[in-house]
Design a protein around this ligand. Structure first.
Ligand code: EPU
Length: 427
């Protein structure tokens, strides 16, 4: 899919109604397979492509999925015998890996195709997931096409993750939650989406404790989990993308549906240090990004695991830094290879470069952006390219734009407040 983007003049204050978080929702959908009765999720961003990819996987394994507006009800299949989920399903999302944790104990033996997801890296490894399963009592084998897991026995075990991986922390939690033993995981990821899945499971009857200070998760296996009604947390990455758009276009943007600023504390701190003005109104569940009154100073950002600055935000903050009066510098330690968008932005004449893993944005200088055809390599890189194009008076074309639709709810409607944007029908 291609989209066309160019600058929109005379912008006015924007109000965005925020949706639930993609990265919480996708994992919660798989976690719902562990509950015995129907589970209902609300605040679901149902326009997202990744949501539909996961629903298709759930349907393929025999689950019932009933969705209406922003609500979805999932009923796990009563009986699951051996399952083989092909890569035509699993390659549509990285979270298809969660089938392993959610179903291995129910099914006994399970085989899935390799996962897909964002293509900012040639290889997004899953060794931390597989080593964890083995430590927790499973036999794991894989080849170029399939990953197979066989649950052998519950084990009372302490296991340390090599890196605080979001997906592996959730996958191992899903695996350990039903059972007869206690599992202790060290060096877990503390991203709010991981905590959200733990809260969901506890609400359904699990016994999971998290020591945030030490990065330890203790899971006492339980016999069963019951179905629950659960509201998906707000999307912190979408929130801060709208923040970046506010300061990029010097526009006031109100994001509604933000009930805590805890999840966005680090990027808010970065903005404050840059001189950006914002106001959180907890009683109204909203945050104002006061782009019209803000003059930005340059910054240095290092993306690291939560509670540090999120890797998902570095591409969109990089584009915003064009408005800072000086040179900003960004490094991504989580996905150092998430830099392909820099070359795409340079096609526009956007003042950005990347050398030895350091992204530099030369703000404060006069610039003229060209028309360009750019590729969206992944979801957040795609948004960075869209944002860059929204500064150009000439019409830009963005290919592989379906990537951006994977993670931004009501994309065209919401972006149209900031830019001219339309699907390229080829006419
Ligand atoms: N890693 C390994 N081995 C593994 C797993 C991860 O080496 O088995 C490495 C990765 O290569 C990476 C680091 O560990 O260098 C972090 O990866 P992590 O497992 O935490 O990422 P993920 O669970 O695959 C989720 C989000 C990503 C987000 C990362 C980091 C979802 C669906 N995806 O991915 O979000 O960038 O955590 O916070 O939750 C996005 O929304 O655009 C997106 C890509």
């Amino acid at each position: 899919m291609q989209i066309k983007v160019s600058k929109r003049h005379h912008l006015q204050q924007v109000n965005i109604q925020l949706s639930g978080a993609k990265n919480a929702l996708l994992h919660l959908l798989f976690a719902s397979l562990l509950t015995e009765d129907t589970t209902t999720l609300t605040n679901v961003p149902s326009s997202l492509r990744d949501y539909h990819a996961v629903c298709d996987i759930l349907l393929a394994i025999g689950a019932r999925v009933n969705s209406m507006d922003d609500i979805v009800a999932i009923t796990a299949p009563q009986k699951i015998s051996q399952i083989d989920v092909s890569s035509s399903y699993t390659r549509r999302t990285r979270t298809s890996l969660m089938l392993l944790g959610a179903l291995a104990k129910k099914v006994g033996i399970l085989s899935i195709g390799h996962p897909g997801g964002c293509s900012f890296s040639e290889q997004r490894p899953f060794d931390i997931h597989l080593h964890g399963f083995e430590a927790l009592g499973a036999r794991v084998t894989y080849d170029d096409y399939h990953i197979t897991i066989e649950h052998i026995a519950d084990k009372e075990v302490e296991h340390t993750l090599r890196y605080p991986s979001v997906g592996a922390s959730i996958n191992l939690m899903l695996y350990a939650v039903l059972g007869s033993r206690e599992v202790t995981l060290h060096n877990i990821a503390l991203e709010p989406e991981v905590i959200e899945v733990a809260s969901f499971l506890n609400y359904a009857g699990a016994q999971i404790k998290i020591d945030h200070h030490q990065r330890i998760m203790s899971i006492k296996g339980v016999e069963r989990l019951s179905g629950v009604n659960f509201r998906v947390m707000y999307d912190r990455i979408q929130t801060m993308t709208y923040a970046a758009l506010a300061y990029l276009h010097k526009l006031d943007v109100c994001v509604e549906g933000v009930n805590t600023k805890e999840y966005i504390a680090k990027p808010l701190q970065v903005l404050k240090e840059m001189g950006a003005k914002w106001r959180f109104e907890p009683d109204k569940n909203r945050i104002y990004f006061q782009g019209s009154k803000s003059v930005l100073k340059p910054t240095r950002i290092t993306a690291m695991p939560y509670p540090e600055f999120a890797t998902d935000l570095q591409p969109v903050f990089a584009v915003m830094c064009i408005q800072a009066q000086g040179v900003s510098e960004i490094t991504d330690t989580v996905y150092p290879e998430r830099i392909k968008y820099v070359d795409e932005l340079r096609k526009l004449n956007f003042p950005i470069e990347c050398q030895q893993g350091k992204i530099r944005i030369f703000g404060g200088e006069p610039y003229t952006l060209h028309a360009a055809t750019m590729k969206s390599y992944d979801l957040r890189a795609g948004m960075a390219v869209v944002m860059g194009a929204s500064l150009s008076d000439q019409v830009c074309t963005i290919s592989s734009a379906e990537q951006v639709f994977r993670g931004y709810e009501n994309l065209l409607e919401n972006m149209t407040h900031f830019m001219h944007i339309s699907i390229d029908t080829g006419e």
